[in-house]
Design a protein around this ligand. Structure first.
Ligand SMILES: [Zn+2]
Length: 453
């Protein structure tokens, strides 16, 4: 971009600018400076050659020679762009707060008070079969809140995000029967919703079952029920669904939430157990939380010392109180697995060593193969409240529950069937007594087992 001659501009003569289209942003900035420059007085003529002509038109209103109007009303294209308005804060209802991912919450253009007044009458009528336009008209008349014909859809999605509406997914009993034939001595639930990329239904269905167990445990003995939460996207969705039930229950049993893994600094901080705790706030919830304030990966020789550190020692000491532990799996091939992510940064060579040893997957960032848990390699290990053998022991106890949730990767939809197979075949990896699987993974596992037998 060349401007010439600048001296003439200062002398209120006919400046002559040549703007090259290769730098449109710079040209725009220059054009703006010309309009507001204190050196250019009212009446200054500006002669501009611009290439391509399109730029001249867009910046200077299609005039090659025009008069500066005393900095009064520059062409709209010359004004500095208004900063794009930050996305409007989604209104939060006073009574109903979404407990799932922000991207799952539909944008509704009502105030919190309007949501409180309209949410139930809208859902009630909509689920009774009334068309959305009729619902909108009826609720507008009833509450005085003006509704568009599409608002009932949005409010229905909002209610689902708040946990007020729960659609119970079907179970695939034939596939469940196939798992029962394997004499796994555990409860296997196959959620029959094929083709889901990022399924909320597996963790949602698991939350329903866990809440049943919470009620049974609370009825059997005094004191709070202790829940251990692992890391990851699936566990986060589980925690959100469980929190929705707990918050809405007038007689909600008191819970103690235990983090099974430390807060991770490299992974998505919203997918760590510490981030799940606030989901349980509000409503009728009564919760206490036990964090695991430790590093993610440590040297093996430091592990005993770490377990004795203040606060960390409390987390480990209270691990035995946990009634229900909930975790999920990562496949060794999935680039979104946390263990693979950490090792890529810390020790990429270890990934090759694990793969060479037959790495299938990891639970609680502890890797395993077809024949059992892997021993620690190259002096590095993940911090977790329970190692795999401890989960196996816990799953054997009749009054303890270990839930393993398996659905496709929430980011790339990669299958976790290869990570699940060893958990079904190898006794030293029987880390579960409740297994929740999505249809596609279950189908793949049963087909693979059939082929091998
Ligand atoms: Zn993935």
């Amino acid at each position: 971009m060349r401007v010439r001659p600048t001296a003439r501009m200062r002398h209120n003569s006919h400046p002559d600018a040549h703007l090259c289209g290769r730098f449109p942003l710079a040209a725009q900035a220059l054009a703006h400076c010309m309009w507001v420059s204190p050196h250019l007085q009212s009446g200054t003529k500006l002669k501009i050659r611009a290439s391509p002509p399109r730029m001249r038109r867009s910046l200077f209103s299609d005039q090659t020679q025009r008069t500066i109007p005393a900095m009064a009303t520059p062409h709209k294209n010359l004004l500095p762009r208004k900063p794009r308005r930050a996305r409007a804060q989604r209104p939060r209802s006073a009574r109903f707060a979404p407990i799932v991912d922000a991207e799952d919450v539909p944008s509704v253009s009502f105030t919190p008070e309007e949501i409180d007044r309209t949410l139930f009458p809208v859902i009630d009528r909509f689920l009774a079969g009334m068309s959305a336009p009729r619902v909108a008209r009826a609720v507008t008349e009833l509450t005085g809140v003006r509704m568009k014909r599409t608002d009932p859809y949005k409010l229905l999605a909002f209610a689902r995000a708040c946990g007020l509406v729960w659609v119970s997914p079907p179970r695939h009993y034939v596939l469940e029967g196939e798992f029962a034939r394997m004499r796994n001595q555990g409860e296997v639930s196959v959620i029959d919703v094929p083709g889901e990329r990022s399924p909320p239904n597996v963790p949602g269905a698991a939350a329903v079952r866990v809440y049943e167990l919470i009620g049974q445990i609370a009825a059997r003995r005094p004191g709070p029920v202790h829940i251990g939460l692992g890391i990851g996207n699936t566990t986060r969705r589980f925690a959100a669904a469980l929190a929705a039930r707990h918050r809405a229950d007038r007689k909600a049993p008191e819970l103690v939430l235990h983090a099974l893994s430390p807060p991770h600094s490299l992974a998505d901080p919203l997918e760590t157990p510490l981030a799940f705790f606030p989901l349980f706030g509000g409503g009728f919830s009564r919760v206490q939380c036990v964090n695991l304030p430790a590093e993610v990966l440590v040297r093996c020789e430091d592990y005993d010392r770490l377990q004795r550190l203040p606060l960390v020692d409390e987390a480990f000491a209270r691990a035995a109180e946990i009634d229900i532990a909930v975790t999920s799996l990562a496949s060794s091939h999935d680039e979104h697995g946390y263990l693979r992510n950490y090792l890529t940064l810390v020790d990429p060579g270890l990934i090759d060593a694990l793969m060479a040893a037959g790495w299938r997957g990891d639970a609680q960032l502890r890797p395993y193969g077809d024949n059992g848990p892997f021993p620690d390699q190259r002096g590095l290990r993940a911090v977790t409240l329970f190692d795999l053998p401890q989960l196996v022991e816990m799953a054997k106890q009749p009054d303890k529950h270990v839930f393993v949730l398996t659905s496709r990767c929430g980011r790339c939809a990669a299958s976790k069937a290869s990570a699940l197979l060893p958990l079904l075949r190898e006794p030293s990896l029987r880390i579960w007594n409740h297994l929740f699987i999505d249809f596609d993974t279950a189908n793949e596992v049963v087909t693979s087992l059939d082929a091998q037998s």
